[in-house]
Each structure stands twice: as C-alpha cells, then as structure tokens.
Design a binder for this molecule. Structure first.
Ligand SMILES: *Cc1c(COP(=O)(O)O)cnc(C)c1O
Length: 435
C-alpha cells in the first residue's frame, strides 16, 4: 500500500486508541533504543515498509498527550481540521519565507494573523509572526523591544550590536516562565533581572504574565502598564496559554489592560489545539518589529504589496505553519474557541476540587483558569509517589512541581478531547491510589 495510506491507517488507529490506551509511555529507554537503533542500509527501503516499521518500533514510546487525560503540562492536542491541514502542509512542502515562494501560505498567515488579533483583543495595527512556539515568540517580541528601547537612545542595535550600548534594565514578574529568561539570554540581555515594579527613565523592558504556570494567575495589567508607560518602558506579556482568556467572554476580565502592552507572545499548539510547531508573536509598533527581523538579500524576490514573512520572522526558510492555524480558527469559530477555553477551565476546576477533596489530599491552588495544584499527605515524597502511581496506572498523566517550597501535583487541562467522563475517570483513579 502507498506510504500515505499507511500513515493514515496508523494515525487513525492511534487516535482511536487514545480513549483506552495507557496515557503514559509503556516502553522503557532500552526497549526503544533496541527497536529503533537499526543498521543504516546502503540501499534504503520501500517507503511503506519504513512507515510500518517506524510505527512498530515506536510502540509504547508515544505518550497519549493528544488524548483527553493528559494534565501534566499545557500541551493540547490537534483539532481534526488543523491536523488534516498540517498533513497537507507537509505534502505541499512550501517554503513560507517569502510571498513569491508560496503566495497562498503568505496570504493565509496575513488572514489568520488578523483573526488572531481580533480574538485575542490585540490592537488591529499590531504586526505579527507565526513562529515555532512561545519561546521563539518571546525572542521575536524581545528583539523588537531591544531595538526600540535602544533606538530611543540613538543606538542602532542591528548595526552595532550590544557592545558599548546603553545598559537595558530588565524587569520580570516573579515566577516568570523559563523561556523568557532564555529569550533574554539569546538576545544578549542576560539574566540580571530586577523584580521591583518601580520604573524610571533608564531603557527598560518589563515582562508580565498572563497565566502563571502553576496557578494560572494574571498580573494586574491595568495597574502596572500605565505606570510603566509613563517612563516609556517596553511592556511584554507572556501569555503562552493565558492570552486565550481574552477569547472567552467569561474570562476576558483577567486580561483587562493587557491591550496597552507593546508585545504579546502566545501559542497555537497549546490551547488552540493546533499541532506542534505553532506560536504567535504580536508587536504594537510594526516598525520596531520589522527593523529587528528584516533581512534583504539580492537573490530573493520581494513583494511590496504582499507580506513577506522574513520581514517579521526569525527564521529564513520555514514551514508554512499558518495553514493549521487558519484551519483551526475556521473549524472552531469564535464560539467554538470560547467554548474550548471555558470547558477546559471547568474541567480543571472539577479535577482540582474532586482530587483535592479525596482523603489525604489538599488543594494548594484552585484554578484561576485551567491550572491548579494539589498536594498529598502534606508530604513532599509521598506527593511524588502518588503522582508516579497515577502515571503508572495509565489512567492519566500528571506531573509534579515545587511551588513555594512544597511538592505539589500540577493539573492543566488544555485538550479539546477532555470530556466530563475523563474527569470522573481521573478522580476515580486517584481515589483508588489514596485508599
Ligand atoms: C509553554 C510556555 C511557554 C513556552 O512555550 P513553547 O511553545 O513551549 O515555546 C512560555 N510561557 C508559558 C507560561 C508557558 O506555559
């Protein structure tokens, strides 16, 4: 059979198995190495055979994070239309670097970018980039920030780099995500963070949070941003999943004031349930964004009326990742997205409440949106043991975290597949463990 037919057969069998298969991996490292580490042949193999053998060798090593009972991290699944569009993206194999290399890919991003701004309540004039994930969305936004705060002091960072440049003060909210740290590191701005939310006229970049990793907490944008703006501070918001609160009438109030920021980073592959690699960067000042990313070479064809992605993206050649987002947005619509957000939050609350009220369990953080924390036996190692038992049962997948000095279990819900029945089944699994 043709390789694409084989892939479709295996993919459908996998998706059908998600409801009943163990959620965690069942094969260990040695098993996976011995089944995958095959001799590289001289002559190669027929494509269909490669696919069948790949699937067989990965058996037990694929985590059921595409299914409804994976709660360890904010991972999300793939909606049917976005998954199918993602397959087509590979089949079309476009290089979405410039309009000329794939006009449809460029226009799809232009359209989906405008839809995203509308859904997330980001100013219409903001520029955007479709990147690999929120990590690179931070890099993109903070490169624009670096450009702007230094250009305001007469320093051209694209031309001269950071050697000898005015020092930039970096202010981050406490418990910020590690990817903010890494983005700053990659951009040469280091880790000398300041946690004090007091501002003066030094060149400053402030990084705030929409949706803290453990509790889902939001910074008080309406209070902080206007104070920062009085000193021309660049305000960046990490909203990898939390930015999506803006797409829900019920949770939108958490984002009050966030529209005053200068840049926003979020993900498609988490809560929007687009397959991996999908993140979005938005920048209020398109000129700062373009200045930090554009790179013209003599052999490419540029289009003045169309949108060339290399003007906005850190990559050169790149996957046409806009198709999957475009498909998910059309499939779900405004109402479907609001429903996905609100449903996930309701499931997270029910899980935290349900597990937290079992004997020997305690709620440490009730979800603000779709994350919460539970602790067992008021003991660090016993909390880790309960988590390990839950994962070993195959009934669900949760993870541990040290939150303010205490081991806790984190519960995140971000998959469109999670049902009420999954919630009941998960609470039952913990009841058995805690008996
Ligand atoms: C996941 C996450 C990130 C990083 O996103 P990637 O898509 O994994 O690069 C950044 N911030 C927060 C709050 C996150 O949850």
């Amino acid at each position: 059979m043709a390789p694409l037919d084989r892939a479709k057969f295996h993919a459908e069998r996998f998706l059908d198995s998600l409801a009943e298969a163990p959620v965690g991996a069942t094969a260990d490292l040695e098993t996976l190495r011995s089944s995958l580490k095959l001799p590289l042949t001289d002559a190669g193999l027929p494509a269909a055979q490669v696919i069948d053998e790949l699937v067989a060798a990965c058996e037990g090593g694929i985590v059921g994070s595409a299914g409804g009972r994976f709660y360890a991290w904010v991972i999300g699944g793939g909606t049917p239309a976005s998954l199918a569009a993602d397959w087509l993206t590979s089949a079309w194999d476009q290089n979405a670097g410039v309009y000329a290399a794939s006009p449809a890919a460029a226009v799809v991003e232009e359209v989906a970018g405008a839809w995203l701004k509308e859904l997330l309540h980001i100013p219409t004039k903001a520029s955007f980039a479709f990147v690999t994930g929120c990590q690179m969305a931070h890099v993109t936004c903070l490169a624009a920030a670096r450009h702007a705060v230094l250009a305001a002091r007469g320093w051209d960072v694209e031309e001269r780099g950071l050697n000898g440049a005015p020092a930039i003060r970096i202010v981050v909210a406490p418990e910020s995500h590690a990817t903010v740290d890494k983005a700053l590191r990659l951009l040469g701005m280091g880790r000398g963070f300041d946690l004090a939310m007091e501002f003066d006229d030094r060149p400053t970049i402030l990084c705030l949070r929409a949706g803290e990793l453990n509790t889902g907490a939001f910074d008080d944008f309406a209070e902080i941003i206007p104070r920062a703006k009085q000193h021309n501070v660049w305000v960046h918001i990490d909203g990898a999943f939390g930015l999506w609160a803006a797409a829900s009438p019920k949770f939108r109030h958490l984002m009050r004031g966030a529209e005053q920021a200068d840049s926003w980073a979020t993900d498609g592959h988490k809560w929007l349930n687009v397959p991996y690699d999908s993140g979005y960067a938005f920048v209020r000042d398109p000129e700062a964004h373009r200045a930090s990313m554009t790179m013209k070479t003599s052999y490419l064809i540029y289009d003045d009326s169309a949108r060339d992605q290399i003007d906005w993206n850190p990559e050169f050649s790149r996957r046409a990742r806009g198709f999957a987002t475009y498909a998910a947005l059309r499939e779900l619509g405004r109402g479907g997205i609001a429903n996905l957000i609100e449903r996930s939050c309701a499931h997270a609350s029910a899980l935290v409440r349900g597990i937290g009220s079992l004997p020997n369990a305690e709620v440490i953080a009730s979800p603000v949106i779709n994350q919460g924390l539970v602790r067992f036996y008021n003991d660090d190692s016993r909390t880790d043991q309960v988590i390990a038992k839950a994962v070993a049962s195959g009934e669900c997948f949760t993870g541990g975290v040290t939150f303010r000095g205490k081991r806790c279990m984190r519960i995140s819900v971000s998959n469109w597949r999670t049902t009420d029945a999954d919630v009941v089944r998960t609470i039952e699994a913990f009841r058995k463990i805690l008996l």
